[in-house]
Design a protein. Sequence first.
Length: 206
Amino acid sequence: MRLLLADDHPVVRAGLRAVLETEPGLLVVAEAATAEEAVARAAGGDVDVVLMDLRFGPGMSGAEATAAITARPGAPRVLIVTTYDSDADILPAIEAGATGYLLKDAPPEELAAAVRSAAAGRTALAATVAQRLMQRLRAPATVLTRRETDVLKLVAQGLSNRAVGQRLHLTEGTVKSHLARIYVKLDVDSRTGAVAAATALGLIRR
């Protein structure tokens, strides 16, 4: 199985390579320090699994890169390997097409097993990630849509309804409608309350 390591920290890439190349049948064929590099390299046709971090600093995110990679015919599988386990990180990555989601503190044998599972098209999730997804399924009312999340992220940055609408190409009335639904889902009655509740639930990051 041919692997691509996508992480902006050289030490992390070196550590992953050291662990994975001791496993029979696994070979690291390339590394990428940015999400953009990962997308370009994954298109080469000689990669089976991409191990993808979520945050790369300025530019494309790991979730965006995952979506770009998995959108292509015959694309490699993407296994998220990151330190972030909030809903605001997990849900976009899964929606983008990631086959698995592991945390960087996973033991070597779990990492190797997840890579093999991803290569075979089977889902591989860290226990804490699986638990969060189950909680979301059990309480669907607290799940915000992607657009609601986009609106609330900008509200959390202090933008007015009009400014949020301009940023997202929505009318001010549409923004208010999104906020009204958010208030109901989160059982709050204000912008401040919505931001606080969503942050506590891990739906957005501050």
